[in-house]
Ligand binder design. Sequence first.
Ligand code: SAH
Length: 338
Amino acid sequence: MENILDYEYVELKNKFEAEKMEPYRTAQIFDWIYKKHATSFSVMTNLSKQLRERISMKFVVNMPELVKKTSSSDGTVKFLWKYSDGNTVESVILRYPDRLTGCISSQVGCPLNCAFCATGMSGYVRNLTSGEILSQILGMEISESEKINNVVFMGMGEPMLNYDEVIRAIHVITDPKAFKISQRRVSISTAGIVDGILKLSKEPLDVILSISLHAPTDDKRSTIMPINKRYNLNDLIEAINIYQKVKDRRVTFEYILFDKFNDSLDDAQKLVTLLKGIKCNVNLIRYNDTGSAFKKTPMDRAEIFEKFLKDNGIESVIRAEKGADIAAACGQLRRQTL
Ligand code: SAH
C-alpha cells in the first residue's frame, strides 16, 4: 500500500494516468484530503464506488496515531504522533493574533546534538517522508477543526538533512489545490547546513530562511552546536550572503539567550559585527529549560541585549514564550514518553 500523502499533485496525476484512471480525479482527491480533511476514500462521494474501491486497493491516507495532546493556557497545543513503525514525533500549534502557526518535525530525533536541545538528547532515528511531514499538519487541523496558515520547520530534526522530502512537503503545503499556504508563510529553520542553504537558493521557492545562530563566535558556537565544526561561521555567513543575493529576501536569525554564556554586551557587539551587511531580523529566544547546563537569561538582560542590537541597526525582537507550561520546547514531550 502506498501513502497517498507522499504524492505531489502532478505525480499523483501522472500515476492516475499511467493506471488508466481519469487524471482529473486527482484534483477531487486533493480537495477531499487537504481541504475537507477526509482520511478515507469511502467518504469521497463524488467518485464512483468502483473508483473508490480501486484507489483503496493501491493507496491509503496514512495518518499517524495521536498519542498525546496537551493544551496550554496561552492556546499553544502540543501533539505527539506515532507512525505505523512505532516512531514518534511532535508538532505544535501556536496561536498569534494574525495567524495560526503549525510547528512541524522533519526527522525522528536529530543527528546534530546541540547541547541545549532536548531532541538531540534522544538521538537520531530516521528521516520522515513528505507524507509523514504533511500528516502532522493534517492531523492538527483535524484535531483542532482549524486551518493552519503558517508553517515552521522548527519541530524535531534538521530539515536541511532531509532536504528532498522537506521540499516535496513544501510543494504540497503551498499548492493552491492542497493546503494553499503562501510561500512567505513557510519557514525552514536550519542549524546551518551550508549545502542546504546553497541548494535552497536555487529552488524556485520564496520561503523564509531561518538560521539557528545562538552564538556570535566559532569558539562559543562550536561548544553548543557541534555542526559548527563542519560548517563554521565564515562558511555560514558566506552561504547566507549568496542566498540573499539570489533571493533578495530578509533572513531570520534565531538566537537563544543563555544566562552568562552568550548574553553580554560584548556578545551583542560581536553579533552586530558578524551580521553586518546582511538584511535580517534577529529573534531573541528565551531558553526553554530542558535540564541542560544552561539557564535562561533574565528578562532585563534580554531587553538590554535587544536594545543594543536595535541601536546598532539590527531589527530584533524578544520572542514571546509560548507553551512553557506544557513542555513545548523542541523534543521535550517525546522525551517524557520515551
Ligand atoms: N534543526 C533546525 C530546526 C529545529 S529546532 C534548527 O536547528 O534550526 C528549532 C529551533 O528551536 C532552533 O532554533 C533550536 O535551536 C531551538 N531550540 C531547541 N531547543 C530549544 C530550547 N530548549 N529552548 C529554546 N529554543 C530551542
